[in-house]
Design a protein around this ligand. Structure first.
Ligand SMILES: [Zn+2]
Length: 264
């Protein structure tokens, strides 16, 4: 009797993954007026409608959009406020929780740096090594990058997977996880003032995230070169003028003015 073929080992699937942030959309965000502003979150109370039902606003955002917008905060309080108003709290306890812990701008900046590093590091091990104990303890609390990625496998044809993220932190983590799984290398844009993290999609070693950045940098380089040349010309002209008005001292200058080595 032939043994039945069981799909156990060496069965390869290719699946389409749909990762998104899903939660309430009615968050109001308050920001304190400090050097390091604190963002706190509250949900508008749910009021039953006339027909007795309730209407709750929900949001649905692609995790890569969440991450790009999160990276674009760049330490700016106004950007952070706009971000949280759009995407909701940094962290909630569980899916569709109705309360959230506040988060400070400095914590946001640290998280952006951490996840950018997680994308750029050669391996996630490096990410662990570069952080000190306090940061690591905080980091290990929820195992971040080492936790298995929870995905719902949907019984569809073709096969597909769904990752539902409960908050911004979860969405950013999932985007980093999937990006690394994709295997394509990432770079930081070489234009000063941009420094965005971007993906290398071809073998060509790009230095700038966009054509716009490459153009801005080439204009800046051209202007720098021009300024440098102008400075050099100016210095040369000044030197010539100086030489004209103050010719170099002749050899037969009065003795005793200059101390010669060994003359003391
Ligand atoms: Zn750029």
């Amino acid at each position: 009797m032939n043994s039945p073929k069981i799909m156990s080992k060496a069965t390869k699937f290719s699946i389409r993954i749909n990762p998104f942030l899903h939660g309430f959309s009615d968050w109001s965000v308050a920001m304190t007026d400090d050097d390091d502003p604190l963002f706190s979150f509250s949900l508008a109370p749910v009021v039953p409608s006339e027909d007795g039902g309730i209407r709750v606003g929900t949001m649905h955002h692609d995790v890569f959009l969440v991450r790009d917008s999160f990276f674009a905060i760049r330490g700016d309080a106004a950007n952070a406020l706009k971000f949280f108003e759009t995407f909701g709290p940094w962290r909630v306890e569980k899916k569709f929780a109705n309360s959230a812990e506040p988060v400070s701008l400095s914590a946001v900046v640290a998280q952006v740096a951490f996840y950018e590093e997680a994308l750029l590091a050669d391996s996630t091990d490096d990410v662990y090594r570069r952080y000190n104990f306090a940061q690591m303890a905080d980091f290990l609390k929820d195992f971040t990058l080492r936790q298995p990625l929870e995905m719902e496998l949907l019984f569809t044809q073709p096969l597909s997977g769904r990752i539902v993220c409960k908050d911004v932190e979860h969405a950013v983590l999932v985007s980093v996880f999937l990006e690394r799984l994709d295997g394509l290398p990432l770079r930081r844009c070489a234009r000063e003032g941009c420094e965005a993290v971007f993906k290398l999609t071809s073998k060509h070693d790009k230095r700038y995230c966009t054509v716009a950045c490459a153009h801005l940098q080439s204009v800046r380089d051209y202007n720098d070169r021009k300024k440098k040349a102008q400075r050099k010309r100016k210095q040369a002209t000044q030197q010539k003028l100086k030489e004209k008005s103050d010719p170099p001292r002749k050899r037969n200058q009065p003795k005793g003015r200059r101390l010669k080595h060994g003359s003391l």
